[in-house]
Write a protein that binds this ligand. Sequence first.
Ligand SMILES: [Zn+2]
Length: 211
Amino acid sequence: MSLSGKINITCSKCRKDYEATVYQTVDTALHENVAKDIITWELFRQTCPHCGNTVTLNYPLLYHDLQRKAVVWVAPVEPGREAKLAEMRKNMALPDHTTRLVAGLDQLREKVSALETGRDDRVLELLKWSLVQNLQKQMPDFKLREVLYLYLDGEEGFHFYSTDGRYLHSPLVQEQYDFVKTKFAKQLKILEGKPYPEVNYLWASTLWANA
Ligand SMILES: [Zn+2]
């Protein structure tokens, strides 16, 4: 099932109103190319019909990939989030699905990328953590703002963004991926089957701390 709705937007440039489509759920079976449109932000881009000004919307949504039996739930950090999460974990458990909870659309882009490449997102987060440690050792002046695993234009890799607008890119190295996957095989086995876990940088740092 795919659900969408209309919202009114006031253009930040010309101050005129227009209607935009937002999605409550997206289903890969019903939206052609939706994975690509999410990774490239296309799905969330709105263009003002009056002046052509483009904005990107950020909102909660449920991503369902029936073929891969995966659900990613985007739930922004806000008051009452924990209660909502508990309810969701109880009522929307999908035992035969891989379920994930993310806080925003950049994290959704990462999870969708991992689904597209067939990678284990947990291994990617663990690998990402160790890449960041290396980067900070080699380039201490690169103050990291964000790092994302993305599958763009047929290439997968890690994208590093600094607080002062610098950008670095490193392709995924299969040997490193395999190393991390083997190193944490036991811990990852224990974590299987929990509804809507948050598999992110913080999660990875906790596992490395106990490695
Ligand atoms: Zn406008």
